[in-house]
Design a protein around this ligand. Structure first.
Ligand code: F0G
Length: 459
């Protein structure tokens, strides 16, 4: 087997700025040890997110010029609408400016006090929108999905037994929908199998609860199904994606991931009455139903991106390039969620820094050190992002303490990734020198974006 190469040539480049370790130490301190607050130009390799950071293709840029900016009924909307319907088969497609805007609309209408939602794992904005409406969200990922060191093909699957127990406990009438996040971002970018989607669908049928997909990374999920699930090896990724959506009643999507664009999203659904209510809210918050907070050119780029994302040469390269980084880290003994996910490598901070307790944010400590060591920006997915407090003010940590190295689509080459591996391994090799952190400021909701920290004494 020959090297799997980037399936594109580079036509336009963007320089990156080099800083010294001393400069980075000052910059990080000024940012309250929260890399979200560092200027992007002071970052060498930005692995904060794979969201909105894709490089668009020449065809997408050409589409930008074709954008029809009519307020109502623009040509670009109809291209977008057709591209989304081709993949999802949904009756109504509502454009939104990004994924969380679709979530906000959906959960404002379906949520409220006394309602409960379940997912394999809700992403943080999804959970926040649920909680903001007054409802509660519950995660039921399969047990193996909670153990970073255990390998399994579909660690994003829903625990269907736990789901059914939950439905019986809360009452189906109080559960407006069940969601599957594909791939499961907060659980390591791990895929959900077709069989699991079917099983969840059956439960939803039994209890008459709609099933929604959080479809941000649907193409990566479909590719994993093709590679790992029996019976799908000879199907195209498009066919697999179409089958995945065929089991759902609706979907929210951040086009900033698997539609290869810098902004955009949508809500797609089959229920006419709900669609009407969503559109009415859309008009108040996002815009007219044929643009929904986007410019015509954005819709054009999404339509083209949805064509490109199901290309199997692209997906082979995409999944392999993440796996490549994972393999290098595993070979050096760095603990990560295994197997590597679709869009990111997740360092397992509990095993990386067993000496730092959750109250001192071990994953945040690694995030800070990656920046100092090599100018790499990563994100904490642990007690900073998902920690709660009990009634006495003590931290209730989430099950995992992770550092996500999200790989932007079509942006970095193999040598960038080699460099990332070198930096992570360097930090791992001197892990005994990493300090814990004290949280000194936090916002009441989604605190990780703006939190500030102070370094505790070196151990
Ligand atoms: N659902 C999932 C699974 C996501 O990963 C995201 C965004 C959203 C919904 C919300 O979409 O950002 O367009 O509003 N994830 C980004 C990330 C922010 O870095 O993982 P959005």
């Amino acid at each position: 087997m020959k090297t799997i190469i980037e399936p594109f040539k580079i036509k336009s480049v963007e320089p990156i700025k080099f800083t010294t370790r001393e400069e980075r130490e000052v910059l990080l301190k000024e940012a309250g040890y929260n890399p979200f607050l560092i200027k992007a130009e002071d970052v060498l390799i930005d692995l904060l997110t794979d969201s909105g950071t894709s490089a668009m293709s020449a065809q997408q840029w050409a589409g930008i010029m074709l954008g029809d900016e009519a307020y109502a009924g623009s040509n670009s909307f109809y291209k977008f609408d057709a591209a989304v319907k081709k993949i999802t088969g949904m009756k109504t497609v509502i454009p939104t400016h990004q994924g969380r805007a679709a979530e906000k609309i959906l959960f404002s209408i379906l949520g409220g006090k006394g309602k409960y939602f379940a997912a394999n794992t809700f992403f943080d904005t999804t959970r926040a929108n649920i909680e903001f409406s007054g409802s509660e969200g519950f995660d039921f990922v399969v047990e193996v999905g909670k153990h970073p060191e255990q390998r399994a093909d579909f660690k994003g699957n829903m625990d269907v037994k736990a789901l059914e127990t939950f439905i019986n406990e809360k009452g189906a009438e109080n559960i407006p929908l069940i969601m599957l996040t594909i791939t499961n971002n907060s659980g390591g970018g791990q895929p959900v199998s077709m069989q699991n989607i079917r099983e969840v669908r059956e439960i939803c049928d039994d209890y008459e609860i709609p099933l929604y997909l959080d479809a941000c990374r649907f193409a990566e999920n479909a590719y994993f199904i093709k590679k790992r699930e029996k019976g799908y090896e000879n199907k195209s990724v498009l066919e697999i994606a179409q089958e995945m959506f065929s089991y759902a009643d609706g979907a929210t999507m951040s086009a900033k991931k698997d539609a290869l664009v810098n902004i955009g999203g949508f809500l797609a659904l089959n229920d006419d009455e709900l669609a009407m209510n969503c559109r009415n809210l859309l008009i108040v918050t996002e815009g007219f139903p044929t643009y929904g907070g986007l410019a015509g050119r954005d819709l054009e780029a999404i339509a083209q991106g949805l064509e490109e994302i199901v290309d199997e040469h692209y997906l082979q390269y995409r999944i392999r390039s993440v796996e490549y980084l994972g393999e290098k880290l595993i070979a050096a003994g760095v603990p990560i969620i295994e197997p590597p996910g679709g869009h990111a490598i997740y360092l397992d901070a509990k095993r990386f820094l067993p000496n730092i307790p959750p109250e001192e944010f071990p994953a945040q400590s690694i995030v800070c050190e990656l920046y100092i060591e090599g100018g790499i920006r990563a994100v904490e997915i642990g007690s900073v992002m998902f920690g709660k407090y009990d009634k006495d003010g003590y931290l209730i940590p989430p099950p995992m303490e992770l550092v996500r190295l999200a790989i932007p689509r079509r942006v970095y080459t193999q040598s960038h990734i080699d460099y990332v591996a070198e930096v992570v391994i360097e930090v791992y090799n001197r892990r005994q020198t990493l300090p814990g952190y004290l949280l000194t400021y936090e916002a009441p909701i989604l605190r990780h974006f703006t939190a500030r920290f102070e370094k505790l004494c070196n151990p």
